[in-house]
Every structure is written in structure tokens, then in C-alpha cells.
Design a binder for this molecule. Sequence first.
Ligand SMILES: *[C@@H]1O[C@H](CO)[C@@H](O)[C@H](O)[C@H]1NC(C)=O
Ligand SMILES: *[C@@H]1O[C@H](CO)[C@@H](O)[C@H](O)[C@H]1NC(C)=O
Ligand SMILES: *[C@@H]1O[C@H](CO)[C@@H](O)[C@H](O)[C@H]1NC(C)=O
Ligand SMILES: CC(=O)N[C@H]1CO[C@H](CO)[C@@H](O)[C@@H]1O
Length: 381
Amino acid sequence: MSKNLILTIKRTMQRFSKISLLKYFFLSLVVTAALFVIIEMLYFQTKDSLKHAKVIQNSYDINHHLLTSDKNTIANTTYNKDSLSYVIFDSVKRDCNIIYSTLIIITSHVRHVNRRNRIRQTWGNESKWNSKEKYITVFVVGRISDSDIMMNIAEEAKLWRDIILVNILEDFYTLAKKVIIGLIWANHNIKYKLILKGDDDIYINIINVLAFVKENDIEDAYIGNKIENALVSRSGRYKVTKEEYEIDTYDSYCSGGGYFLSASSVEKMIPLFDLNHVFRIDDAYIGKIALKAGIFASQGKGFYMDNASCSYMKDIIVSHPADNIGCISFLFRRFLIDSNKLPKSWSEKQFEKKQCYEANSLCLKSKKKRPNETRSSKKRH
Ligand SMILES: *[C@@H]1O[C@H](CO)[C@@H](O)[C@H](O)[C@H]1NC(C)=O
Ligand SMILES: *[C@@H]1O[C@H](CO)[C@@H](O)[C@H](O)[C@H]1NC(C)=O
Ligand SMILES: *[C@@H]1O[C@H](CO)[C@@H](O)[C@H](O)[C@H]1NC(C)=O
Ligand SMILES: CC(=O)N[C@H]1CO[C@H](CO)[C@@H](O)[C@@H]1O
């Protein structure tokens, strides 16, 4: 009986070890195959994006870089070419052989994936405008310590190829730095006539933008919603110290929700940027540097910066705020009807009369006085 038992145990053991050997064999086959596929993918991806500046490596590398560069070895920014070392990755798909009519640079908080997607689905979707002129839209995002978010931004960049990740901690105070790096990056990487710098909560009418660029060839352009004699706030959220900015009013500047800068302007401003001496009000900073470079802010048509009721105007270049898909869709559809790009059925004729986004309570009560709203008071960075 005991002999029998021992034999049975022995046999069972043998069978078991055979099974686990087989298991290990198959497992190692699967692992090898998976590794092979990953290496292959990385190789092709590398080959593909090598044509353009830097390469997105896998998320691990990006994240590793983020974690190890936390001490932030600030490059010597005296020469602003060095500022390009702040670009952690550049996923932007572009054609180096053409001069783009417009380069749209949107500064966006790394967490604002919903806003970026809303833009990609609406005015940022080229196929919706059907235009012959070439333009390109790029998002400049900074970093935060949340590694999940940083993994996601790497994936988002791989998917859409429209993101530059810069080694600047996301913070209201650092917004100007993102703009500076975006502009320097632009001048080294893209050929364009005008830059349209915007926030991620705006609506842009691409057709109007492209028409403007085509009809105007302005040397040293700096055009938008011009703000003059704005008082420097010495306390609160918009506090700027005397050390940062001495006099009590800002030089004229264009509201940061959206403004044009020509390539010549950017070229002249770049040597004057100083990443170590920016102040919190990014648009006023740009105004200051522009003036230093001998470039004057001018008022453009079509820059609606306080359009809280989402009103339609035929000449919109930029409308702010547009942080809701209903508003953006309204402005877009209304424009298509207005410019005879959509057939006018009866209902469209009704739609044509609508002047603002109807679900908006401000629209319904448009006679009522609204509280003053400026772009800066709506900033959420
Ligand atoms: C940065 O560059 C300038 C100009 O070459 C130089 O004078 C300065 O010492 C440098 N600063 C550092 C921290 O390397
Ligand atoms: C862009 O528009 C086209 C045509 O309307 C559509 O097929 C495509 O899905 C849109 N892309 C996005 C990201 O929404
Ligand atoms: C709103 O703007 C008007 C005119 O620009 C100004 O006279 C008024 O004082 C402002 N109100 C507030 C609450 O800021
Ligand atoms: C109805 C409405 O709010 N329209 C505003 C849209 O934006 C422009 C420019 O800021 C304002 O002048 C309009 O009053």
C-alpha cells in the first residue's frame, strides 16, 4: 500500500513537472514574441519620426527623463538657442518643405486633454474647413509631477502628433515661459508667415485667419485685441512686484487669448527673451519684449476677447471664451451658413437669424448688463 502510494506520488510529480516545463516553454515563446513586436514598433516609430527633430521614445523614457530632470538644471538662457533644450519632446508632424500660411500655437495645461480634444474635433480639424492654404496647429504643454498624466500626454502626442512637451512646471506663473519656448521652437522648426498664439479655450475661424494672412503682408506684425495703459497689480493673483516690472502701467500689449506675430517680429524678439526674468502676466510680458524690439501692438479686427455670450460675428478671428462644444459648434455652423457653405433649408434660415449660442443664459438675457469679464480674470492655468 505504501509502495503504491509512493509510486502514485512519483508519477504525479513527474506529470506535474512535465506540465510546468511545457508551460514555461510556451510562456517564454510568448514573451520573446512580445519583445520582438515591441522592438519592431519602436524601430519603425523611430525611423518615422527621425525625419523631424526629436524622437518620442517610449513612455518609460519620457517619464524617466521627467523624473530625473526634476532638479531642473536650467540651461544658460543668455543665448536663447539653448532654450530649445527645454523641449522634452516634439511630436509635431510637419512638412519642412513648405511655408505655412499660419502656425497656430496653443498653450495648454497638460491636464487639459478635454480642451485639446475639443479643438481637434472642431475648429482644429482641417477637413472641416476645406481650405487650400496650409496651416498647422501645435499645442505647447508643460509638465507636472503626476506620472500618470505624463504617461498620458506621451500617448496623446503619439496619437495626434501635434504636441510639444516642455520642461516647465505647469503653473500660472510660468505661462510666459511656455510662450517663449513655443516661439523659439517655431523659429527653428517651422517655416511660416504668421503665428497665431492662443489659449486652449478659444474659437478660431480658420478661413478668416487664412484670408487675413493672404491679404496682408505686414512686416513686424503684432496684432490682436490691444490693451493700453493696463495697471500693474501689486497684490493678489495677478501680483507683479516692482522688481519684476517697475513702472505702474504695462506697455501696450495684445490680449493673450489670441494674437498674431509675424515671423519677422518673432525673429527680433527672440534675442530679448529671458526665461529667468519673466513675470506672471504672459501677454503683458510679450508686449514688453515686442516694444523693446521696436514692434508695436496694434488692434486687429475680429478679436473678440470678452465674448462670454458666444455671439456670432462674420469677421471672427478669435472668440473667447469658447470653452463649451455647443458654443464652438454654433459659431462654426453659423459661419458655414453665412458664407453659403451649407444649403439653406427652412430650419437653417431660422438658424441664420440666431446671433448667439442659444443654450447660453447670457445670450437669452443679452440686453442685461453683464459683469465685466476679461481674459485674465478667466485664466485657469
Ligand atoms: C551664461 O552665458 C553668459 C554669456 O556667455 C555668461 O556670461 C554667463 O556666465 C553664463 N552663465 C552661466 C551660469 O553659465
Ligand atoms: C474631422 O472631420 C472629419 C470629417 O468631418 C471626420 O471624419 C473626423 O473624424 C474628424 N476628426 C476628429 C478628430 O474629430
Ligand atoms: C465695468 O466696466 C466699465 C466700463 O469699462 C467701468 O466703468 C466699470 O467700473 C466696470 N465695473 C466693474 C465692476 O469693474
Ligand atoms: C453679445 C456680446 O457679448 N458680444 C460681445 C462679443 O465680444 C465683443 C468684443 O469683446 C463685444 O464687444 C461684444 O459686446
